[in-house]
Design a protein around this ligand. Structure first.
Ligand code: PLP
Length: 396
């Protein structure tokens, strides 16, 4: 008989040469369950998606209720759909007043594409600046911003006019010029292995963008919705972007992305010609209902206030372990540095084979493992996770 495992390899397109290959039957809270009942504590959250945990009853209820009203009705922007309006209004209430217009799409990559299109069209400039070791998505345009050559080389020619600067290096800021439509940047680089920006650097980026009339785009796809201990990471820095890009946790586990800008900027997509960005599924009503429920959970359960306390449990428990070289982090987005790929890989493999935890590594950093659990994780669950991680580190 063909096993699900074989069918997965035969028919589900593979781009990883070493998938985790763990079959999951159900997920609840911070745990994933295999068909044999084995549970794994989730240290990834689907890469910062499941900030409110798996199958939170409030999200499940919102999805069920919306599914009974309507799912897809019409391409984006024609009909007034109350889940979109409610989520848009809530998002705007969480942001600086200038960021008052939300364009909903379906994914992070599409949100980045939309934001860059908006910046080019609004400024009528050709060039885009992004950072080395940045990840902004995998579509042709967002891949062009990719801060590493290896994964994008085969897709040349990439989008023209893109240049890369070193993150946290103020000396490169003069490469932002009057020809630069936008700078796209993560306030905390996730896939570089959790590299927070220096405050002075981000402020200097803002200043340079002001001088040159360049729009500053923050990609908070991985850092948004409480992950770093603030609703959005830019709040740590006192630097407001011109366009904010969101996805991942935005949909509460459902696919959803957004780029958010002042109404006066967003207006550029509306005229001459019309339809500056078109999407069929963008702002899907079920995703928006789930997204709103997820924000309600973050606020009602005061998850953001607890982020530092929970992160500290991991730091206290792990930083003394002899195999841990350092821990880079911003809130509950952490990279635990083990110093070499083999040790890190053995640790990840041990988790899925016997260790009872699920972690992974980073696109640009394969010597550290990720800890970004659901923010709903309790203090006791944090202590349990630390125990499992220490057992894992001791067993490899
Ligand atoms: N930007 C950042 C910072 C990301 O981490 C990701 C995904 O990992 C993306 C963009 C792309 O998002 P998506 O996979 O939804 O297209």
């Amino acid at each position: 008989m063909t096993t699900t495992r074989q069918l997965f390899l035969n028919h589900i397109a593979q781009t990883s040469d070493a998938p985790l290959m763990l079959e999951i039957e159900r997920a609840q809270g911070v745990y994933l369950y295999a068909p044999n009942g084995q549970r794994y504590i989730d240290l990834i959250s689907g890469v910062s998606v499941s900030n409110v945990g798996h199958c939170h009853p409030h999200v499940v209820q919102a999805i069920q209720q919306q599914a009974e009203r309507y799912a897809h009705l019409m391409v984006y922007g024609e009909l007034i759909q109350s889940p979109q309006v409610a989520l848009g209004q809530r998002l705007v209430s969480l942001l600086p007043a200038a960021l008052d217009s939300v364009y909903f799409v379906s994914s992070g990559s599409e949100a980045v594409e939309g934001a860059v299109k908006l910046a080019k069209r609004h400024t009528q400039r050709p060039n885009v600046v992004s950072c080395l070791r940045a990840y902004h998505g995998s579509t042709q345009g967002s891949l062009s911003l990719f801060g590493g050559d290896e994964l994008s080389r085969a897709y040349r020619p990439l989008m023209p006019g893109v240049s890369h600067i070193e993150f946290n290096n103020p000396k490169h800021l003069d490469r932002i010029t009057e020809q630069t439509a936008c700078v796209v940047m993560e306030p905390v680089q996730g896939e570089a292995g959790v590299m927070p920006a220096e405050a002075a650097y981000l402020q200097a980026v803002r200043q340079r963008c002001n001088q040159t009339g360049t729009l500053l785009i923050f990609d908070e796809i991985q850092t948004g919705f409480g992950r770093t201990g603030r609703m959005f990471a830019f709040e740590h820095y006192g630097v407001t972007p011109d366009i904010l890009v969101l996805a991942k946790a935005l949909g509460g586990g459902m696919p959803l992305g957004a780029f958010i800008a002042p109404h006066s900027t967003m207006w550029s997509l509306t005229n001459n010609p019309v339809l500056g960005h078109i999407t069929t599924f963008g702002g899907h009503p079920i995703s928006c209902a789930a997204g709103l429920a997820s924000i309600e959970i973050i606020q009602n359960e005061q998850l953001i206030d607890a982020v530092e306390r929970k992160a500290q449990i991991f730091i206290d428990g792990l930083s003394v372990h002899p195999k841990v070289q350092s821990i880079r982090r911003c809130g509950l987005l952490m990279a635990v540095e083990l110093g070499n790929f083999d040790t890190m890989l053995r640790f990840i493999r041990h988790g899925v084979e016997r260790g009872g935890y699920m972690s992974d590594w980073f696109l640009f950093c394969d010597t550290a493992f990720r800890i970004s659990p659901p923010l709903t994780i309790t203090d006791d669950e944090c202590r349990h996770a630390v125990e499992l991680i220490i057992n894992g580190l001791n067993s490899i």
